[in-house]
Write a protein that binds this ligand. Structure first.
Ligand code: URA
Length: 441
């Protein structure tokens, strides 16, 4: 097969055979297909799309590029959770420990930041000493002991996704339903869980800007999941403004600690508790959402969720004292307050720009990326809040002053003050895509 012919086939709107896709992915992992060739194919696939069979073949080829974890020996119900990506989205580190404390085993393979969205691996890197490269034995032992392990793919797990994910980040080919589907499900399939809850984010800070697109992505995840014998449930949640208040790695870890102490912002608590409740429904621990919520609220209020986070940090070599003393987390050298320039109502126009501002402040947007772990921002008001002139809207945390102007410009694009109170968005879109237990599916 000739790689330029495969690229041209997709560029001209053709449909790939399974062999072509296997050749492309195998060649990219072995190095026979160059980055430039893969970048061209990604753009062709982004523009022309892939149908469901092509997406299934792509996902299978990506899973087959490396090893798969065997969780059959793991006692207890196993449910994995993933987010399609958002701004300030730290729910994995809240819902995960809560569901684990309620009896679910959560093998979580996470990713780094992608585009304007944050990555759980980057957030965890803010915890001094914490390791996310875990051997398979260590991953399984921690799942048995703590109930949750959050790790990076090892070098022999889904290497195709690792390479393609990084390339998509640099080639403006992230927002594609088949590419997102294959990226997420290849990691999930390799992680070994058969039950997967996906938080599909919708809004200006998500890869899917409209409810229609988010539903399309959810349907794709479910049907491709079925072909791979994965039971996928989706919850569509809002991403038109940051979830919680903090955006930035160490700042978000601090907010996670507050949330597991029961003191998180209402929106973050609501989404995290709901996701954890959906996870215990999928695990078959109850069939009633109200009962599931009660169980999760009980482990939250008793501090068991926080205890699981502490065990997770310790088990992965991190400094668990951050839970009692968050000042041990990295902190930015400087802080600047951005204030309202008039009276009115806070209106989030473009949440993506908030994510980009955080990426600029931390250095993730640099080439090559570097990470100032303490940098980021804390939004002080929610969409629709009434503010007066001079009121602080955002605290901006930074180490490098040269980044401030660009970040401030982005934040001003994202948040404007309007005369009229803006319409609100639902936080959670209750829909038919949730939810069924292991036994039913
Ligand atoms: N999360 C992933 O793992 N992959 C994507 O493509 C988008 C979000």
């Amino acid at each position: 097969m000739i790689i330029s012919e495969i690229i041209a086939h997709k560029r001209d709107g053709g449909r790939h055979s399974q062999k072509e896709i296997a050749f492309l992915i195998g060649g990219f992992v072995s190095g026979d297909v160059l980055e430039s060739e893969m970048a061209a194919w990604l753009m062709a696939a982004y523009i022309r799309g892939l149908d469901e069979s092509e997406t299934v073949w792509l996902t299978r080829a990506m899973v087959g590029s490396g090893s798969v974890i065997d969780l059959r020996e793991l006692p207890g119900p196993v449910v994995d959770k993933h987010s399609t990506g958002g701004v300030g989205d730290k729910t994995t580190l809240i819902a995960g420990p809560l569901a684990a404390a309620a009896g679910v085993k959560i093998p979580k393979l996470s990713g780094k930041a992608l585009g304007h969205t944050g990555g759980t691996l980057d957030k965890l890197a803010a915890i001094p000493g914490l390791r996310t490269s875990l051997s398979q034995d260590k991953f399984l032992a921690q799942l048995n002991k703590v109930g949750i392990a959050v790790a990076a793919q090892t070098s022999n797990m889904v290497p195709a996704d690792k390479k393609i994910y990084a390339l998509r980040d640099r080639t403006a080919t992230v927002e594609s339903i088949p590419l997102i589907t294959s990226s997420i499900l290849s990691k999930k399939a390799a992680g070994g869980a058969k039950n997967i809850l996906i938080d599909v984010k919708v809004g200006t800070g998500a890869f899917m800007p409209t409810l229609e697109r988010a539903e399309e992505l959810a349907r794709s995840l479910q049907s491709v999941g079925r072909s791979l014998e994965l039971n996928v449930n989706c919850l569509i949640t809002d991403m038109n403004q940051p979830l919680g208040r903090s955006v930035g790695n160490a700042l978000e870890i601090k907010e996670v600690i507050d949330a597991l102490a029961g003191n998180g912002p209402a929106d973050l608590m609501e989404v995290s508790v709901r996701l954890a409740a959906e996870m215990i429904l999928m695990a078959g621990l109850t069939t009633d959402l109200a009962v599931a919520r009660e169980k999760i609220e009980a482990v939250l209020n008793s501090g068991q969720g926080q205890a699981v986070l502490e065990q997770l940090i310790e088990s992965q070599g991190g400094d668990a004292n951050i839970i009692r003393d968050p000042k041990r987390l990295p902190a930015a050298a400087h802080m600047r307050e951005l204030r309202a320039e008039r009276d009115g109502f806070v209106t989030f126009k473009n949440c993506r720009a908030i994510g980009l501002a955080a990426a600029v402040l931390s250095g993730h947007a640099d080439c090559p990326p570097r990470l100032d772990m303490g940098a980021g921002l804390v939004v002080k008001s929610r969409h629709g809040d009434k503010v007066i002139i001079g009121q602080v809207l955002v605290d901006v945390f930074f180490d490098d002053e040269t980044r401030l102007l660009e970040a401030e410009t982005l934040i001003k694009q994202a948040i404007v003050i309007t005369r009229e109170q803006p319409d609100q968005w639902p936080l959670i879109y209750d829909n038919s895509l949730t939810t069924c237990s292991i036994k039913e599916c």
